[in-house]
Design a binder for this molecule. Structure first.
Ligand code: SF4
Ligand code: SF4
Length: 414
C-alpha cells in the first residue's frame, strides 16, 4: 500500500462500492478494543457534532403580495433584517438567536428554521414605507431562496461551565446562555462538545477540512466557506453554507436558555484517510485524551480541566419518561419547564424523541425520577471537578446534542 492516497482514488472506491467507511464512533471503539489500523484498512471515517450553534443565520427570499417595499418585516413574530428587495420579493436575514415578539422566551430563529424545514407555514408581517401593515403566509416550498449561512459553527472544543466562584454579579443576574436555570455553587456543570467525534478535533491542521469541503448541515449537503468568527488556534470553528431544502428537522431546532433563544445544528464531515498521519490522528483522538476547560459562569475564565471521557464515558444517549414514577412535585412540572427543546409533555406523560437531544436537563430537575436515561449512566449524572477551588463530583447537563448524531448515515462523497 503506497504511503499516500488521493481523494480521487478514495472516491473511485466509493463509486465502485468497495470502500470501507466507518463512523468515528465505530472507529474509536475498535481502537479501544486494541485494533491498530493500517493504511488501507479504512477509507473514510465520518465525524459529526451536534450542539447549540449561536453563530447561525439564514437568508430567506420572501415573496410579497404588494408592490410596496417592506420597511420592517417579521416572520412568525421574529424581527428580520431587510437586506435587499425588488421584483415582488424581499431578501431577509434571520438570526438563529432572534426571539419572537409573539412568544417571548418560547420561539426563536432555530424554531422558525425547523418549522420551515418540517413543511409548516409561517406568518409574514411587513410594514411598508407609508406605515401600512401587510400580512401573508408562506412556506419553504414558496421561498425562492432559503439558505443557512453560519458564521461560527462546529467548534472543535468548548469550555464547560459551572458556578465556581459564586460571584455576586452571577447571583444577581444569572442569565446565561450556558444553562437553563441559575446554578448553585459547585452543584452543576453544563457541557458542550462531542469530544472525539468532532470533525475539527480529528483534523486540527485542516489537512482535509478547508474552504470548499463538502459537508452535511442538518443532513443536507453544504460547503465549508472557511474559518468562522472568533476562530483561534486553540478554538477553531467553521463558517458554513447549506440550503434549507433537504435538511432533516430532527437534526436542528430552537433551544431555550436562561438568557434567551438559541439554535441547534448538526454538522457531519467525512475524513478521507489519505496517509499515516491522518490515520494516526484519528487513532489518538479519544475522549480520554481530549481536554475540556472548565470555566466559571460569571467571568468565563477556565480554572481547571477535565477530559471528555469524564462526561461522555457511559453517558446515556437517550432519555425516556416513565409517568408512573411521577410524584407530582409541583403545579408546573419542572422537568417540562426546564426542557430547552420543549420535548416533554407532562400531561401526555411522554417525551417527543424527534425533539429530545438527551441533554439531561429533565433528569437533573425531576425529583420523582420519571425521566430516565438509557445507557450506563443517567444524563444529569455527575462529572469529576478536579479543581483548586473544590474537589467534588458535580451533576452534568449537556448543552449539546448527543453522539448518536454520528450514527446517522453520512455522506460517502468528499
Ligand atoms: S418534575 Fe418529575 S416528579 Fe415533578 S411533576 Fe415533573 S415529572 Fe413529575
Ligand atoms: S433530555 Fe429531557 S430536558 Fe433534554 S431535551 Fe430531552 S426531554 Fe428535554
Amino acid at each position: 500500500m503506497p504511503a499516500q492516497r488521493s481523494i480521487a482514488e478514495i472516491n473511485e472506491r466509493l463509486a465502485r462500492g468497495d470502500a470501507v467507511v466507518m463512523t468515528a464512533m465505530e472507529f474509536k471503539q475498535e481502537v479501544r478494543n486494541g485494533r491498530r489500523f493500517r493504511l488501507g484498512d479504512v477509507d473514510v471515517v465520518t465525524t459529526a457534532t451536534r450542539a447549540v450553534m449561536s453563530g447561525t443565520s439564514a437568508i430567506l427570499g420572501v415573496p410579497l403580495d404588494s408592490g410596496d417595499p417592506a420597511r420592517r418585516i417579521w416572520v412568525n413574530g421574529l424581527p428580520c433584517l431587510v437586506a435587499e428587495q425588488g421584483d415582488g420579493q424581499v431578501d431577509v436575514v434571520v438570526q438563529g438567536t432572534a426571539e419572537s415578539r409573539d412568544f417571548p422566551n418560547g420561539y426563536g430563529g432555530g424554531h422558525l428554521l425547523r418549522d420551515l424545514v418540517s413543511g409548516k407555514t409561517a406568518d409574514v408581517e411587513w410594514e411598508s414605507a407609508d406605515g401600512r401593515t401587510h400580512h401573508r403566509t408562506t412556506s419553504l416550498k414558496e421561498l425562492p431562496f432559503a439558505r443557512i449561512y453560519s458564521f461560527r459553527n462546529a467548534y472543535r472544543n468548548y469550555s464547560a461551565f459551572t458556578n465556581a466562584r459564586n460571584r455576586r454579579s452571577y447571583r444577581e443576574h444569572p442569565n446565561t446562555i450556558f444553562a437553563n436555570r441559575a446554578l448553585p455553587w459547585m452543584k452543576a456543570l453544563t457541557v458542550s462538545g462531542s469530544g472525539e467525534l468532532n470533525p475539527l478535533e480529528n483534523d486540527p491542521e485542516g489537512r482535509v477540512i478547508h474552504p470548499g469541503t463538502r459537508v452535511l448541515v442538518n443532513k443536507a449537503e453544504g460547503v465549508v466557506i472557511g474559518s468562522g468568527t472568533r476562530a483561534s488556534r486553540h478554538g477553531p470553528n467553521l463558517s458554513l453554507a447549506a440550503d434549507l431544502r433537504g435538511m432533516d428537522p430532527e437534526f436542528m431546532g430552537g433551544f431555550k436558555t436562561r438568557h434567551g433563544m438559541e439554535i441547534t445544528n448538526s454538522v457531519a464531515i467525512p475524513i478521507p484517510v489519505l496517509d499515516e498521519s491522518v490515520l494516526e490522528r484519528l487513532s489518538q483522538v479519544l475522549d480520554e485524551n481530549v481536554e475540556m476547560d472548565i470555566a466559571d459562569l460569571a467571568d468565563r475564565v477556565p480554572f481547571t480541566r477535565a477530559t471528555y471521557a469524564d462526561v461522555w464515558d457511559g453517558a446515556a444517549l437517550w432519555v425516556d419518561f416513565d409517568g408512573d414514577r411521577c410524584i407530582v412535585c409541583s403545579f408546573q412540572c419542572p422537568a417540562e419547564y426546564f426542557c430547552p427543546m420543549g420535548a416533554i409533555s407532562w400531561r401526555e406523560k411522554r417525551i417527543d424523541q424527534t425533539l429530545c437531544v438527551a441533554c439531561g436537563a429533565c433528569t437533573a430537575n425531576c425529583p420523582g425520577a420519571p425521566s430516565l436515561g438509557g445507557g450506563m449512566r443517567r444524563r444529569g449524572g455527575s462529572a469529576n471537578l478536579r479543581s483548586a477551588i473544590a474537589r467534588c463530583r458535580s451533576p452534568t447537563v449537556f448543552r449539546t446534542g448527543d453522539a448518536s448524531s454520528n450514527s446517522q448515515p453520512t455522506s460517502r462523497k468528499n
